[in-house]
Design a binder for this molecule. Structure first.
Ligand code: BDR
Ligand code: CA
Length: 362
């Protein structure tokens, strides 16, 4: 599948390139937080997005992480709106030193589905952040990912929290990055039903072919899916706690979180808002927040009701059937190799307290 897709997809890469804007190195902030030497180098690939924004704030306020880049993928909002939002977030946090780059303009093989219902018309809960002081990096997001991985071999953790289009494009262009990546921690997928429909989670549904490429690349991949995200409900009590603190970032986070709690009460299950993308960042900060099980996971791309579903084999075996006359006979049981560490449990309140403390930190 990977080889078959390559030619077509590489053709699409040219179409997918974001309009370049000149990076202004002089605009790089002198106030940027120097990351401790032992901090984990991460690239966040994001479709900002309300919970993406919270995930970015969490990452940028966590000394365990050294955020090298924000690469933008279309998903919750268009590529253009996503880039504007990412730049505003870098500006809000005084982190113009971080590379913020646009990437793909649309999913590999389908039309983009945006999610203003859940994220607000501008993707940031309709909060009007000031224009960004930061400038976009002129590099194409997937190229930036490739370059940074080669510059820091075995050190970069990728944290994709949107559709996997940019990561798949990077893989298709340069498969040699696979052994050079430290690990990949994605928000996406589910082994117990979807949020878009009965079977699919939004990030995977928005680009199933890209997800299948990323899931089968052969690198260490942790799937922080809906199953655990749905247990991290940020509720009014958490919001009241955060609301006691103030600052430009805190105040923005409070507005976003109250929007999310409201939307969840209106359209969701209520009881608080799941912190999907922040949990993926939380897992990169402290992997002990989640428990995982290795599983073989494939992404369904053809099912009428199941396109975008992450299909997980929980027992690592498949029956081998062979045609004997007019019927198949089970001739044996074959082993399948796990390709994903699937999160199956989460210390939800521990994580939510970590999130609140980091959002309140400054
Ligand atoms: C995922 O979809 C998006 O709406 C969120 O930002 C999150 O990444 C949850 O399914
Ligand atoms: Ca997202």
């Amino acid at each position: 599948m990977l080889a078959a897709c390559t030619a077509l997809v590489l053709g699409l890469v040219t179409l997918a390139v974001a309009p370049a804007t000149r990076a202004d190195d002089t605009a790089r902030s002198a106030t940027s937080a120097a990351a401790p030497a032992a901090a984990k180098k991460v690239i966040i690939d994001t479709d900002p997005g309300t919970d993406d924004a919270l995930a970015i704030l969490l990452a940028l306020n966590s000394p365990e992480l050294d955020v090298r880049a924000l690469t933008v993928v279309p998903g919750n909002v268009t590529a253009q709106q996503g880039l504007e939002n990412a730049l505003k977030l870098a500006s809000l946090t005084n982190r113009c030193d971080i590379a913020v780059a646009g990437g793909a303009q649309h999913p590999l093989f389908q039309k983009l589905i945006t999610a203003e219902l859940w994220h607000g018309a501008n993707g940031l809960a309709n909060v009007d952040l000031p224009p960004s002081k930061c400038k976009a990096d002129p590099r194409f997001g997937p190229d930036l990912i490739i370059q940074m991985i080669h510059e820091s071999p075995h050190e970069i953790t990728l944290v994709p929290v949107g559709p996997l289009t940019n990561i798949a494009l990077a893989l298709l262009k340069d498969p040699s990055i696979v052994p050079l990546v430290k690990e990949v921690v994605i928000m996406g997928g589910s082994i117990s039903g979807g949020n878009v429909n009965a079977s699919a989670e939004a990030n995977i549904y928005n680009d199933p072919e890209a997800a299948q490429i990323v899931f089968h690349a052969g690198w260490r991949l942790t799937m922080v899916g809906l199953d655990v995200g749905n247990k991290t409900l940020y509720d009014q009590a958490h919001l009241d706690q955060l609301s006691k603190t103030h600052g430009p970032e805190n105040d923005f986070a409070v507005q976003v979180l109250s929007f999310l709690i409201g939307q969840e009460a209106k359209y969701g299950a209520g009881g608080g808002s799941p912190m999907y993308d922040p949990l993926a960042v939380g897992t990169a900060i402290d992997p002990s927040i989640v428990s995982t099980q290795p599983m073989h996971v494939d992404v369904e791309s053809r099912g009428e009701f199941t396109r975008g579903e992450t299909v997980a084999n929980r027992h690592d075996t498949v029956e081998r059937n062979a045609l004997h006359g007019d019927r198949y006979i089970i001739e044996g049981v074959d082993h399948v190799e796990p390709n994903v560490e699937v999160c199956t449990g989460v210390k939800a309140e521990k994580f939510l307290q970590l999130l609140n403390s980091r959002l309140a930190g400054k």
